[in-house]
Design a protein around this ligand. Sequence first.
Ligand SMILES: [Zn+2]
Length: 449
Amino acid sequence: MHMKATGYKTILIKGGVVLTINPSEDIFSEGYVLIEGDTIKGIGTITEAPPDETVEKVIDARDGLIMPGLINTHTHAAMACLRGLADDLPLETWLNDYIFPVEAHYVNPEFVYQGARLAGIEMIRSGTTCFADGYFFEEEAARAVSRLGLRAILGQGILDFPTPDVPNPDKNLEKGEKYLKQFPSSSLITPALFCHSAYTCKPETLKKARAVCNDHGIPLLIHLAETESEVKEIMARYGVSPITHLLNIGVLEGETIAAHCIWISPEEFSVLKEKEVRIAHCPESNMKLASGVAPVPEFLKLGIPVGLGTDGCASNNNLDLFSEMDTAAKVHKLARKDPSVMDAKTVVKLATIGGAEVLGLKNKVGSLEPGKKADIIILNWKQPHLTPVYNYYSHLVYSATGHDVRTLIVDGTVIMDNQQILTVNEKEVMSEVEKIVGEIKKGRLNHVR
Ligand SMILES: [Zn+2]
């Protein structure tokens, strides 16, 4: 119903700065972008724009900044329902005493559907057009995300203990394969498998998941080398560190999107490089859980693909990639006492073209170039906190926030116009989520605490 009104055959975005993130890093201080169907057809300076009457819809972007939609390479969308549930705890305590027990009791299809809708709205509002997700009942996330109109890689969660959607862990891959059949790849959604980690999945499970992903030509998503205690645990069990463990059992033979990669030994850099592992860097979650600082400058030097991720809402606690960019730029400077690392332009690239590379979508999205899919955001650029302008990248990383995004287009469809989301009723979603968490808030958590 809503979707129809937002789809146009041709859209001309004109006026405003166009930041392309193309290989030559072109910026047009007053430019245009022409969209035909789902694809960018033309881009350039405003004097070369086609006449208004040749297109179906003109978007006036004066006083705006037009750029590629941001890409979130690692999150757990439905965890939006658990935002602020338990903070200020180490990862093991947070997971084992709060998150896992609450998930076991309260996560069901409705929780995942409404949580994914809430997360989707937050991502739309803060300029994210594409993301990678991993959770339980992932078919519900797929249902939510396809209605919202976002682009996503959606991984069905695999763990070797009873989960809300797979009470008998022996059937976790059966469930995964069923999900992959249920949601074949579409233009916007790629289904995938998300093995939680090497400490929650047995080698046998990881190997089987790898084989299923390779059969389907889809990436395997995993948390990898996130905390020091993960390294100790894997060392105790298998005598090697997590990255080497995955290498030894053949789990890196195929497309792998690994979140975190913080605790890594010197010889493992070449393992990641050779196996073409792609890394989701989640600095805010890593800081909040005091997990550590990933060696991102070294990854970039080696040409290992890195994108930014927010991780789930329970460990961040928001999905705003502008805030994540700010943190990514600063945490490495502090950790190394070197303000020259992770400059603003590098960080904007991580959130756009870098993320596209990590998700295997570099030929489709991540920059504004003719032939690429039209995943575009427009920011309100004429604002006190963005004035004056010496450097666009600087403002995007150090001054802008998700609230500055006014228009968002995915695959040529306008999803948000002038801060009005067109594909969903936001108030309804928020009240549905409040209903769901009412049960959790009623104090039924007491047995957990
Ligand atoms: Zn995560």
